[in-house]
Design a binder for this molecule. Structure first.
Ligand code: FMN
Length: 321
């Protein structure tokens, strides 16, 4: 698959997940096998204030490439300048603009999914960003403000005409949040409408789900969010399944080594105290379904140090062996 001139090996994208897809998590998912990883959403305006929080969101390592950096905002000039700053940093292979976030704070600024009812403003934003950068430009949209998908089809056409190189559709409405089911039929219609690649997203929990989405919609690639939080191997499983019809399930040994790896990467990156706070929830996602996971999770909620985390992982591994 190609997005503009960027050749992508494989068909899997890690979804942008605010608060989750930080650098160490992206590196972990990349190590587990994933074609393209996406940053958390970054405020275009925040880039100009040079806020420490924003700069952390923009930290990257070559090993994770190709990387898609997602920006959000509502002002064409700010978004264009922010995109150019990111391009000049040479960390990103793709710049993505967020048209899907339905969090109140974002919608109130006419950013995220609010843009889906502002076709003129959307056109100005995309034309300005397109003019400012040479990197592949993508957008991530929802179905819009009602169930028909008309907003998505309209914004997608505007985007394609403005020179956007690929579109991800998460087919839930603005008010749906993450409730109900993603309507994959809308991905199918969008794929028929556009000549640029379409990436399907929403409710992929297994490699089999991804294969069903591709078969139904003919989308060019799939994007996975929540399932990758629990199973970072899912993206390579999907690529294997799409290519060969089979995939491997990680052994408990691999799962525990992955948990250790995440622990060490988080501690190196965030520092021991903040990392331990985050690891209390992050590590518990990996053990869903394993015998005795509730008691293990209760212990994880008290992690204080790196060694404490590693000891708990080790103790649980021995217990279920
Ligand atoms: C915790 C969380 C954070 C998210 N942050 C972003 C974000 O920063 N940008 C974005 O476009 N979508 C964001 N999303 C939406 C996901 O990228 C994705 O579209 C959605 O979760 C549906 O895919 P899934 O069913 O594979 O999780 C977020 C979702 C969750 C659950």
């Amino acid at each position: 698959m190609k997005i503009k001139k960027l050749k992508i090996c494989g068909k899997t994208f890690l979804a942008p997940l605010a608060g989750i897809t930080n650098l160490p998590f992206r590196l972990l998912v990349k190590e587990c096998g994933c074609s393209v990883v996406c940053s958390e959403m970054v405020s275009a305006k925040g880039i100009f204030y040079n806020s420490e929080k924003t700069l952390i969101l923009l930290s990257s390592k070559e090993k994770e490439q190709p990387l898609s950096v997602q920006l959000f905002g509502s002002d064409p000039d700010s978004l264009a300048r922010a995109a150019k700053v990111v391009e000049d940093l040479k960390i990103a292979d793709i710049i993505d603009i967020n048209f899907g976030c339905s969090v109140k704070k974002v919608v109130k600024q006419t950013a995220g999914v609010a843009l889906m009812k502002e076709p003129q403003l959307s056109k100005s934003i995309l034309s300005a960003v397109r003019k400012a950068i040479d990197l592949p430009l993508t957008i991530k949209i929802r179905s819009g403000w009602d169930h028909t998908g008309q907003d998505a089809f309209k914004i997608a056409q505007i985007a394609q005409d403005a020179g956007v190189d690929a579109i991800t559709l998460h087919p839930r409405t603005a008010s749906q949040g993450f409730k109900g089911k993603a309507n994959w039929d809308l991905i199918k219609v969008l794929k028929q409408q556009l000549s640029i690649p379409v990436i399907g997203n929403g409710d992929i929990n297994t490699a089999e789900d991804a294969q069903k989405m591709v078969a139904l919609t003919k989308c060019d690639a799939v994007m996975v969010g929540r399932a990758a939080m629990k199973n970072p191997f899912i993206l390579s499983q999907i690529d294997d399944f799409l290519e060969s019809g089979s995939y491997q399930t990680p052994s408990n040994y691999e799962i525990f080594r992955t948990m250790e790896r995440l622990t060490l990467m988080y501690v190196n990156y965030f520092g021991e105290k903040p990392a331990c706070r985050m690891l209390r929830s992050r590590l518990s996602w990996f053990v869903k379904g394993l015998p005795g996971c509730s008691a293990f999770r209760a212990k994880l909620s008290c992690i204080q140090t790196k060694n404490h985390a590693l000891d708990l992982i080790n103790e649980f591994e021995v217990k279920i062996a």
